[in-house]
Design a protein around this ligand. Structure first.
Ligand SMILES: NC(=O)C1=CN([C@@H]2O[C@H](COP(=O)(O)OP(=O)(O)OC[C@H]3O[C@@H](n4cnc5c(N)ncnc54)[C@H](O)[C@@H]3O)[C@@H](O)[C@H]2O)C=CC1
Ligand SMILES: C[C@H](CCCC(C)(C)O)[C@H]1CC[C@H]2[C@@H]3[C@H](O)CC4=CC(=O)CC[C@]4(C)[C@H]3CC[C@]12C
Length: 369
């Protein structure tokens, strides 16, 4: 990475490399990181698609492992130059217990940092989330905010709490001495709601619409704006941040960056219709069909049913008090910090992102028929 080692080939490790975002990061590294010599893909569940990558010029090593197991993480990290830590338990529906979410997202991140320190890995990029900022429990809007916008970040839900704690661990680890005596350089990327090929919630909405004869029903006012960002651009931002961390260590170390691109600001449902509309679905109602108080009631009822049924069966619908609050609160970012600090420009235009997502929804929907 220094001048004398221009041609040095680097070892990258991507944790959670078989997830929605992780797969895009893995593929992006293979396409766009010329110094890549070996790519280690670490995940609890390895995808079969990894096999096809093993025939390329870069050595791809699939590692089945659990970030909560410190020894497995240390073995995977040993000898890596850069770690991109995207593994996480993304659960806002009550599928996993708060303890499990904490264990994976916080202890898992602690293990990754510890492994870097022990083995001498110097560069760590962490996938954080907009959720570490908000929306907060009071439902305050965050309107076109940036990394310096003052906002009362108060959380109670296990997922945002865990992401906030993990992000703090990563930022505090910046500058810590790693094995060999050099300092660790870390940064955190905060995607807003990611969409694109592989987005399971989008696919579920599509299937639900098909089941309802092509109709979806508006639940949230169109005036509530949501920040969304295309998965290919989020992946590209990770690759660029990882590449630039050494050269710009003083500027980037310990920093957070929102992930952004040219995707339009819209409500969650109107944004989804950008893809589901061309796939034949229609969103019924210029205004929400149900009054808000009824949604609040239904969300609370779902939470009660989840609690009552838990000993018998897992009941985890999309609507609960937390998802309703998130969906019903404006949260959009407007920033150029990643451009200023490490030259990020979105790789995919909004038109490309939209087309790619539509093609994927169509294919994912028809494979469900
Ligand atoms: N999906 C979204 O809209 C957003 C996601 N994020 C963050 O991006 C990251 C990736 O999220 P997605 O790709 O959406 O989720 P995902 O669930 O598709 O991917 C997460 C991956 O981590 C792996 N994983 C989970 N627990 C693990 C463990 N104990 N050990 C090893 N691997 C484990 C899973 O097997 C999965 O492949 C997460 O850290 C999430 O918090 C941030 C903002 C928005
Ligand atoms: C599931 C919600 C939409 C359904 C609302 C209903 C039932 C009224 O129709 C989703 C609305 C907003 C989503 C979240 C948002 O994009 C931010 C996120 C960031 C993350 O780091 C993880 C995922 C998520 C919390 C995302 C989850 C689904 C929504 C709550």
């Amino acid at each position: 990475m220094a001048d004398s080692a221009q041609a040095q080939k680097l070892v990258y490790l991507v944790t959670g490399g078989c997830g929605f975002l992780g797969e895009h990061v893995v593929r992006m590294l293979l396409q766009r990181e010329p110094r890549l010599g070996e790519l280690r893909v670490f995940d609890r569940h390895l995808g079969p698609w990894l096999e096809e990558l093993k025939t390329g010029p870069v050595r791809v090593t699939a590692i089945q492992g659990d970030v909560t197991e410190a020894h497995e993480v240390a073995a995977a990290v040993a000898g890596a130059h850069v770690v991109i830590h995207t593994a996480g338990l993304v659960d806002v529906f009550g599928r996993a217990s708060p303890e499990t979410i904490h264990e994976v997202n916080v202890q898992g991140t602690r293990n990754v940092i510890q492994a870097c320190v022990q083995t001498g890995t110097r560069f760590l990029v962490y996938t954080s989330s907009m959720e570490v900022v908000g929306p907060n429990t009071k439902g305050h809007p965050f309107y076109r905010g940036n990394e310096d916008t003052l906002y009362e970040a108060v959380h109670r839900h296990p997922y945002p709490c865990s992401k906030a704690l993990a992000e703090r661990l990563v930022l505090e680890a910046n500058g810590r001495e790693v094995h060999g005596g050099l300092p660790l350089v870390t940064c955190a990327l905060r995607p807003t709601g990611i969409y694109g090929e592989g987005h399971q919630i989008m696919r579920d909405f599509y299937r639900q619409g098909l089941r309802l004869g092509g109709w979806l029903f508006r639940a949230i006012p169109a005036s509530v704006e949501h920040g969304r960002v295309y998965v290919g651009n989020v992946a590209w931002m990770h690759v660029l941040a990882a590449r630039e961390l050494e050269r710009r260590a003083a500027l980037m170390g310990g920093q957070v960056y929102f992930c952004y691109d040219g995707s339009p600001y819209k409500s969650y449902e109107d944004f989804n219709m950008e893809f589901l509309g061309p796939c034949g679905l229609q969103l019924v109602g210029a205004r929400p069909l149900l009054p808000y108080w009824l949604l609040v009631f239904l969300a609370a009822l779902n939470a009660l049913l989840q609690w009552l049924l838990r000993p018998l069966v897992l009941y985890a619908p999309l609507l609960n008090p937390y998802t309703l609050a998130v969906a019903n609160t404006t949260f959009t970012v407007s920033t150029d910090k990643a451009q200023r600090h490490f030259g990020y420009e979105p790789l995919f235009s909004w038109e490309d992102s939209r087309t790619r997502t539509i093609l994927w929804v169509q294919a994912a929907g028809s494979s469900a028929q």
